[in-house]
Design a protein around this ligand. Structure first.
Ligand code: SF4
Length: 122
């Protein structure tokens, strides 16, 4: 029996509500509600491999500022986010750092770096 799953496309400000029809083998067999082909591409990725930019804070060492805001420099798979938080929990940021400096390169082999979201001084 076919199932339906609905996503909001964020490809443009229209924010179309796109419904996927999925067959018994988990294949996508239909789209509805999108006003353009970009919506199909977006929701297909969102269904198969959803990604998000990860934002968090890391503890600092040698700074009067106890925490530093960090983020990945590109979206990573949602399935890697919990594991990434474990890495972040064990990471310490040491000054001096500038916004955009790499804190953890190639986080969990995702191809994304964890970078500072602001400067860090001692
Ligand atoms: S489906 Fe097309 S028109 Fe609709 S929100 Fe996505 S990009 Fe915009």
């Amino acid at each position: 029996m076919a199932k339906e799953k609905t996503f909001i496309c964020v490809g443009c400000p229209l924010g179309c509500e796109v419904t996927l029809t999925i067959n018994d083998k988990a294949d996508v067999v239909g789209f509805a509600g999108n006003k353009c082909k970009e919506g199909e591409k977006y929701v297909l990725e969102e269904y198969k491999n959803p990604v998000r930019t990860l934002t968090a804070t890391v503890l600092t060492e040698g700074s009067s500022q106890p925490l530093l805001a960090v983020r990945t420099n590109k979206p990573i798979l949602k399935t890697k986010q919990v594991q990434s938080m474990a890495v972040i929990a064990g990471t310490r940021a040491k000054p001096p750092l500038k916004m955009g400096d790499v804190i953890v390169p190639n986080l969990l082999d995702t191809g994304a770096d964890l970078v500072a979201s602001s400067d860090l001084s001692s």
